[in-house]
Write a protein that binds this ligand. Structure first.
Ligand SMILES: Cc1cc2nc3c(=O)[nH]c(=O)nc-3n(C[C@H](O)[C@H](O)[C@H](O)COP(=O)(O)OP(=O)(O)OC[C@H]3O[C@@H](n4cnc5c(N)ncnc54)[C@H](O)[C@@H]3O)c2cc1C
Length: 494
């Protein structure tokens, strides 16, 4: 008899795990709180405009290739490489930097602010590559069965990286670069991890290797949601069932196993194996009522920042704007030190703008453009009242208009805003912390909420808040790690 698996959540973590299990002959069913699949990897399609809702690019595309190979599929979507990677605009000086992957071209951008940039970036990236090579297999792509096993693995990491471990991302860039522009731009990537360069460990400079040399960034032909659509198609070919608007709120156990999960209407969902794609810490606290994840304890954990995102359709073309753009102010250090906790920073917000219609013309009507703005903001632990969202959004739109030399405020034909409250309510993202639990050194590896349950042997977890961490490639790796555990468990219960 086929083993029945119930997966709670259709985020990338749930879908990838479902695909790995269905292709191995498991009988997979999904329940999902939202009305459509994808979780944070989602889409808004309205009035002729199509927007990516969360992720707009990703690194390490080979993790998707590994997933498809593991499931016996050829790649169902086409990658679009980002080259240049993105642009960075500073206010005040009005300087614009184009981040090329070609290091010679990149260096030409920086020589005038950071003499000797080429030599410096080579030295910096060499160290980043060494950190990447020495940690990725040992500490990231592994299941650890115990804390001692994890600590043992860490002892195998080259001790020459120890001084980096004692520095922040910002301090580590200071070992190589002296200009504020070079340090600010190179450390921007810490924001991709949902924290700032000042509270992200220097070891994460390994991300600069991924960004500039290892793979760079990719988008998907047709927009990011194509990933979800193609995965759903593949799952349906395995006769997988989906139930939307179904939120798991309770459970029933028999001895050391989960017997059923219970939804908001009281319906019981039975299976042999349960996989939770809801946040691994939040679910343990809210649904399983574990003391270690009580509300008091959850609040004390290290969460990522919130995101204020908004989706704007304009009835004009914007040739002066690239596909991926960062707009920074002139107070990077002060801003970064405050953005996690102090709503005051929103008087002069920093923001990212993605123009999806640049590379996917079908995402906007003719002579129109689809713009997606992301502004880092305090999560709901530090800013609970979002009644000022229109004020903040309008100030960003005015600032953006000034900086691109064209007033778009009177050309807006569609606008939708998501505050951290919306992110929380739509997808059960704790306190609207955009990337979930942060990659604080005490919340990674064996110290992150585990991908298997402490008490119930048939209950597993996948996604950004369990191992190895947040971001699309990490979530795909998470599906590989949890599948390994499920296969081992299944072998025992036959
Ligand atoms: C604004 C933003 C921008 C981002 N940009 C990028 C980017 O450019 N590149 C990148 O790599 N990453 C990016 N990320 C991070 C990336 O989106 C996440 O790491 C990843 O999508 C998380 O996938 P997941 O499967 O772990 O969880 P989710 O996508 O959150 O999926 C979990 C699913 O479970 C459902 N669920 C939760 N609780 C229950 C329940 N009790 N019952 C039923 N269903 C439930 C939710 O509704 C959701 O659909 C971004 C995130 C945000 C918010």
């Amino acid at each position: 008899m086929k083993k029945k698996v119930l997966i709670v959540g259709t985020g990338l973590g749930g879908l990838s795990t479902g695909l790995r299990l269905a292709s191995r002959g498991y009988d997979v069913t999904f329940v999902e709180k939202a009305s459509k699949p994808g979780g944070r990897l989602n889409q808004i399609k309205k009035e002729g405009f199509t927007f990516d809702v969360g992720p707009s690019f990703f690194s390490m595309p080979y993790e998707f290739e590994e997933l498809m190979q593991d499931c016996g599929l050829s790649m169902p979507f086409d990658f679009v490489e980002l080259n240049p990677l993105y642009t960075v605009h500073f206010s005040g000086s009005g300087k614009k930097f184009i981040l090329y992957k070609d290091l010679d071209k990149l260096s030409q951008q920086f020589e005038f602010v950071e003499p000797g940039f080429r030599k410096k970036i080579d030295a910096y990236l060499k160290k980043c590559e060494q950190i990447y090579n020495d940690t990725v297999q040992t500490a990231i792509k592994q299941n650890f069965d115990s804390l001692p096993a994890y600590l043992m693995a860490l002892t195998k990491v080259n001790p020459s990286h120890l001084p980096v471990l004692l520095r922040s991302f910002w301090q580590q860039t200071g070992k190589y670069f002296s200009s504020s522009e070079a340090r600010e731009i190179i450390s921007l990537i810490a924001f991709f991890l949902g924290r700032t360069p000042f509270d992200t460990n220097g070891i994460y400079t390994l991300l600069s290797h991924i960004e500039f040399q290892h793979t760079g960034y990719y988008n998907v032909q047709g927009g990011m949601y194509t990933i979800v659509e193609k995965m759903i198609e593949a799952l349906k070919s395995h006769k997988v069932s989906f139930y939307f608007n179904t939120e798991i709120v309770d459970f029933e156990n028999a001895n050391n196993r989960v017997k059923s999960l219970i939804d908001q209407s009281g319906k019981r969902w039975e299976a042999d194996i349960f996989v939770i794609n809801s946040d691994a810490a939040y679910f343990r606290g809210k649904v399983l009522k574990r003391k270690k994840y009580s509300e008091k304890r959850l609040r004390k954990m290290h969460w990522t920042m919130g995101y204020l995102t908004f989706y704007v359709g304009v009835n004009t073309k914007l040739p002066q704007v690239e596909h991926h753009n960062y707009f920074l102010g002139s107070n990077y250090q002060d801003y970064s030190r405050n953005v996690m906790r102090n709503p005051g920073v929103l008087e002069k917000p920093y923001y990212y703008v993605n123009v999806i219609s640049k590379h996917n013309v079908t995402c906007a009507p003719e002579e129109c453009e689809a713009l997606f703005f992301v502004c880092p903001v305090p999560n709901l632990l530090f800013k609970t009242d979002w009644s000022d969202k229109h004020e903040i959004v309008n100030s960003i739109l005015t600032d953006f208009s000034k900086r691109i030399g064209e007033d778009i405020t009177n050309k807006i034909v569609f606008k939708q805003i998501f505050t951290p409250e919306d992110w929380q309510n739509q997808f059960n993202i704790y306190k609207g912390a955009g990337l979930g639990l942060s990659h604080h050194m005490l919340q990674i590896g064996a110290l992150r909420p585990k991908n298997y349950d402490e008490k119930f042997s048939n209950l597993f977890y996948v996604g950004g808040s369990t191992v190895p961490g947040a971001g699309l490639p990490m979530v795909v790796i998470s599906s590989k790690l949890v599948t390994e555990r499920i296969l081992k468990f299944s072998a025992k219960i036959t």
